[in-house]
Design a protein around this ligand. Structure first.
Ligand code: FCB
Length: 405
């Protein structure tokens, strides 16, 4: 990374590769009962079509590409590593370099191997060792080709999910428990733990430890590249006297901002804002425009979050995700413009932001919501997998090519 501003899109292995059959999510998508609207299936078939994706990214005007490697493919059984899977990701990395795209690799984007979930996931005391063993293989085989790496995607998602998706409610908990019990049973286990649905009280200490181990391993080489983590960071706005904004922000981000200490950068992932009054989080203002993900349309949140993360950590910032679920592409263009305006102002004020990765390149598998939410700059035909760029793709690509930041 030679000082240039990175312009790219962000993707995640499970959401685009397809047939991630050995992952915890694949099983959770197929048990009864499940919280998933539909299974991920072939997704965007990017396992086979990754070169089409990178060709699109380059031709649109981007100079970087964020993607995830899939632990469930690399370590299909405990301690059994697949050289073929590692070679696959080596080819993806080579392909990025050959197209002038700096690759930013996510080690773990929510999914884990099903055997790992069935032994208790990150609730297990020895899970940091297991994650370190996986990271060692990744570092050894892929390190020389990495442009940048992050350990966990949205490491704080168990905290955020409780607030944004109300995962603590009795109804949500009943659904999670029932789905997890069905997954455990399918594996002949008495336990099951998936990152997204886990309780931070049970998993966070081990995830923090796993993150620290992974940073150390990646930094030891081979290869030399910046290492960070990414935080789901919505702007927390205090409303009125005695508001609890500082407490809420600390509860959502505090432990992970601290865990960024050994990192070279922090990845900020912003979609909206959370307003907080004296009694805690407030509902969105009446009459607000809402996105298809149920978030308030509030692109300027990005300016606030990059400032917050930079001040809290003193680290350089990459925007590793930012985007909008909408069927109206003109709103995506407006969202991009609003977010980039806020980013430019933050940079003008001296905030060290070094890249912008839009979520996402493709319309993809949006976790429990299935394929109904459209975050992509590019539409994907669900049967032929034909990729068709939307006007917003051309719009952001033009900004990227002009390096207008
Ligand atoms: C983020 C996730 C990403 C995607 C977007 C819409 O929280 O990191 O995988 O689902 O939201």
């Amino acid at each position: 990374m030679d000082g240039k501003f990175l312009w790219g899109t962000a993707t995640a292995a499970h959401q685009i590769e397809g047939n991630n059959v050995n992952s915890d999510f694949w099983l959770a998508e197929h048990v009864t009962p499940t919280l998933f609207k539909e299974p991920s299936g072939d997704a965007c078939d990017s396992l086979h079509r990754y070169a089409e994706d990178t060709a699109l990214a380059t031709s649109l005007g981007f100079n970087a590409h964020r993607f995830g490697i899939e632990w469930a493919r690399i370590e299909p059984e405990p301690g059994e590593f697949s050289p073929a899977a590692l070679d696959h990701y080596k080819r993806v990395l080579d392909d990025c370099h050959s197209k002038g795209l700096t690759p930013m690799v996510t080690l773990s984007h929510w999914t884990v191997p099903r055997w790992f979930a069935a032994r208790g996931g990150f609730e297990q005391a020895d899970s940091p060792d297991t994650f370190a063993r996986f990271t060692e293989q990744v570092a050894k085989h892929l390190g020389p080709l990495m442009g940048a790496a992050t350990t966990f995607n949205e490491c704080n998602i168990p905290r955020l999910a409780r607030l944004l998706f109300k995962l603590d409610s009795p109804l949500a908990q009943a659904g999670i428990q029932a789905m997890s019990a069905a997954c455990a049973k399918a594996c002949g286990s008495d336990r099951w733990s998936s990152v997204l649905f886990s309780s931070p009280d049970k998993t966070e200490a081990q995830m923090v430890a796993a993150h620290h181990r992974a940073v150390e391993i990646l930094k030891a080489g081979p290869g030399s590249y910046p290492v960070g983590l990414t935080i789901s960071m919505q702007a927390v706005e205090g409303i009125g006297p005695g508001n609890k904004a500082a407490e809420v922000a600390d509860a959502l981000y505090g432990p992970w901002l601290a865990a960024a200490k050994p990192c070279d950068f922090v990845g900020v992932q912003t979609y909206t804002r959370i307003r907080v009054g004296a009694e805690g989080p407030l509902s969105v203002p009446a009459g607000s425009e809402m996105t298809d993900a149920g978030y308030e349309f509030y692109p300027q949140a990005l300016g606030e979050t990059v400032r917050f993360a930079a001040k809290a950590t003193g680290k350089p910032i990459y925007v590793t995700e930012n985007g909008i679920a909408t069927g109206d592409d003109t709103r995506r263009v407006a969202y991009i413009d609003g977010a980039l305006d806020a980013l430019r102002k933050a940079r003008a004020d001296g905030i060290d932001v070094r890249g912008y990765f839009h979520w996402s390149l493709l319309d993809n598998f949006e976790w429990t919501a299935g394929y109904a939410q459209h975050f992509g700059l590019v539409e994907v035909d669900r049967t032929t997998f034909k990729r068709t760029p939307k006007p917003s793709a051309v719009h952001l690509g033009r900004i990227a090519r002009a390096d207008s930041i």
